[in-house]
Design a protein around this ligand. Structure first.
Ligand SMILES: C[S@@+](CC[C@H](N)C(=O)[O-])C[C@H]1O[C@@H](n2cnc3c(N)ncnc32)[C@H](O)[C@@H]1O
Length: 282
């Protein structure tokens, strides 16, 4: 596996944190609570046990941390993130044995071999430097400790999603927007073989791997663009930067693109697909 590109420029990090700060208020309700469902599957897969000490990296609103806490109590859960708005929502849900701290995944302040378990729910592909973050997770885990990771699997997107995302780059160009973009390598983090290789290279042995595919259909172009705005920084920034006139134009283009799919059953159909892995520190 080639060394992963660190996107450690301040611009990328600021842009990402800004995105998560903005979507924080709607994160838990996006797509009918999709992130909560993924968090719940991940926690069931890693099966936390009483007294375990846990670190939740990129904790966001604390979805994973809050599900883990009652299962490890009186063990403690630390949730770390860089987005203040995400963290303040996480802290607003009062749970005794969880603490939320502003900290980068790449620079953990914890001592080596502190935790029984590290969780990274839907976070790895967003980190400035995934390689360093995995090395840090490995360092703070005890030998034999578990790392639980979930990642969005893009290759199972529907034809409608593919077509929509292909149209975003020309749209950005038309509106003179230059945005930091993820490498195609990051877009493949959710492929089961790729994620296994990445974890293996970081000193972990994959012990459980499962997939989750859910989906549905948006009712129209407005509903579709609202949903897709929550998928990531690029669609979010683009869609939110359009004034009413260009937003209407975009929705007309989306209608036309959906009609061009030919089969009405394909139009406005989306998948939310994930790979979920538990790996042991070697
Ligand atoms: C998609 S959210 C995942 C939230 C939560 N883990 C879940 O399962 O729903 C990704 C989170 O990673 C955080 N994040 C991004 N880069 C980070 C970094 N370098 N260090 C710590 N957290 C980071 C973001 O602020 C965001 O809250």
């Amino acid at each position: 596996m080639a060394v992963m590109d660190p996107d450690s420029s301040d611009e990328v990090v600021d842009h990402l944190v800004d995105f998560f700060d903005r979507i924080a208020p709607v994160y838990d309700t996006w797509a009918g609570g999709q992130h909560g469902r993924v968090a719940s599957r991940l926690v069931d897969l890693v099966a936390p046990a009483k007294h375990e000490q846990v670190l939740d990296v990129g904790t966001g609103t604390g979805l994973v941390a809050h599900l883990v806490a009652p299962r490890v109590s009186p063990g403690l859960v630390f949730g770390v993130d860089l987005s203040d708005n995400m963290l303040s929502i996480a802290r607003s849900k009062k749970v005794k044995n969880v603490q939320f701290v502003g900290m980068a995944a790449e620079h953990l302040v914890f001592r080596p071999a502190t935790f029984d378990m590290v969780t990274m729910g839907e976070t790895l592909a967003y980190l400035a430097d995934p390689t360093t973050a995995l090395a840090e997770a490995n360092r703070v885990l005890k030998t034999g400790g578990r790392l639980a990771v979930s990642c969005h699997r893009r290759s199972l997107n529907t034809r409608a999603q593919e077509l929509f995302f292909q149209g975003l780059a020309p749209l950005a160009k038309r509106h003179y927007l230059s945005l930091p973009r993820y490498s195609s390598e990051r877009a493949r983090f959710g492929e089961p073989d790729v994620l296994s290789q990445i974890l293996n290279a970081a000193g972990f042995e994959v012990t459980k791997l499962t997939e989750m595919v859910t989906g549905g259909r948006a009712s129209d172009a407005r509903d579709w663009t609202e949903l897709m705005a929550g998928v990531g920084p690029l669609p979010y920034t683009l869609i939110r930067s359009l004034g009413p006139r260009y937003r209407n134009e975009l929705e007309a283009e989306v209608e036309a693109a959906m009609a061009s799919l030919g089969d009405p059953d394909d139009a406005f159909r989306y998948h939310h697909s994930y790979v979920l892995v538990v790996a042991k520190k070697r």
